[in-house]
Design a binder for this molecule. Structure first.
Ligand code: IPE
Ligand code: IPE
Ligand code: MG
Length: 261
């Protein structure tokens, strides 16, 4: 077994069996996760929704650690959409508080493990104290290159495209020739300009929708949906997603090699 996984995966466990099936030369470079189902997890237990979000933090920690140990290069986590502001103020405030605490508590772990924190979304819309913490941890980890953890916060896919067009207009005023615009140059105006497109998108809690997540970037991503609610999501689920991804044939509109004669 890969040395990074020794001691992390119990010998003889279900996880070990799954790991043995993984082809480490064909890992998804970028995994993006729509972490959904915290509210339902709490409801099933007659607990307040906020307890579901708290429990979801454990899944975040386990997923980050598993991805880093496996050798995934980019992990995007959809943590708060632009539309999530519609929720009651108490829930919204609790979510930001949880993020702030996560950043305060995890900074050392990120540094020690060569992990770099990034964010996509509209930073200006976040509470000031969260903005401060985020900037601090992003700056603290900016030279790390083991794995990039990209938090989607106050993020909306359509807004991102509109924001990109605004930036494009600014550049056009400064002399950028619109005739040179193509998919690749347009991508440079998106929040994700530094990152490759996701290879694999995971959504928990069984919803079969995208909910305004990375609309441009997922054009050819493989999608894996599990009924597991986010607070119950564990390394075993992640490994299953990766294995399923490895069984797929990505054709990008072409044909399988065997179809060319
Ligand atoms: C995901 O869980 C967390 C966020 C969207 C912030 P939900 O809070 O959406 O949980 P459900 O979908 O209501 O179960
Ligand atoms: C998507 O989940 C957003 C995040 C996971 C942050 P939602 O719970 O907000 O999505 P809908 O409302 O079910 O589409
Ligand atoms: Mg939801």
């Amino acid at each position: 077994m890969k040395k990074e996984l020794e001691g992390f995966i119990e010998p003889g466990s279900e996880e070990e069996k799954l790991i043995k099936k993984i082809d480490f030369s064909r890992l998804p470079r970028h995994i993006a996760i729509i972490m959904d189902g915290n509210g339902r997890w709490a409801k099933e237990r007659n607990l307040p929704r906020i307890r579901g979000h708290e429990e979801g933090i454990k899944s975040v920690k386990e997923t980050v650690e598993t991805c880093a140990r496996l050798g995934i290069k980019y992990l995007t986590l959809y943590a708060f959409s632009k539309e999530n502001w519609k929720r009651p103020k108490t829930e919204v405030n609790a979510l930001w508080k949880l993020l702030e605490n996560y950043l305060r508590n995890e900074d050392k772990i990120l540094v020690e493990n060569n992990l770099s924190l990034k964010m996509i979304g509209q930073l200006e819309g976040l509470p000031n104290s969260v903005q401060r913490e985020l900037k601090r941890v992003i700056d603290l980890t900016k030279n790390n290159n083991g794995m990039y953890i990209i938090l989607a916060l106050n993020y909306g896919g359509r807004t991102e495209i509109v924001d990109a067009v605004r930036k494009l207009f600014d550049e056009a005023k400064k002399g950028f020739d619109i005739n040179n615009l193509d998919e690749s140059s347009f991508s440079k105006f998106l929040y994700t300009s530094e990152f490759p497109d996701p290879d694999l998108v995971i959504r928990t809690s069984g919803e079969m929708r995208i909910s305004n997540f990375l609309l441009w970037q997922i054009a050819y991503s493989e999608i894996w949906i599990t009924p597991v609610l986010w607070p119950d999501f564990r390394k075993r689920d992640l490994l299953e997603a990766i294995l399923d991804y490895q069984k797929r044939e990505r054709r990008f509109g072409g044909l399988s090699p065997s179809d060319y004669s």
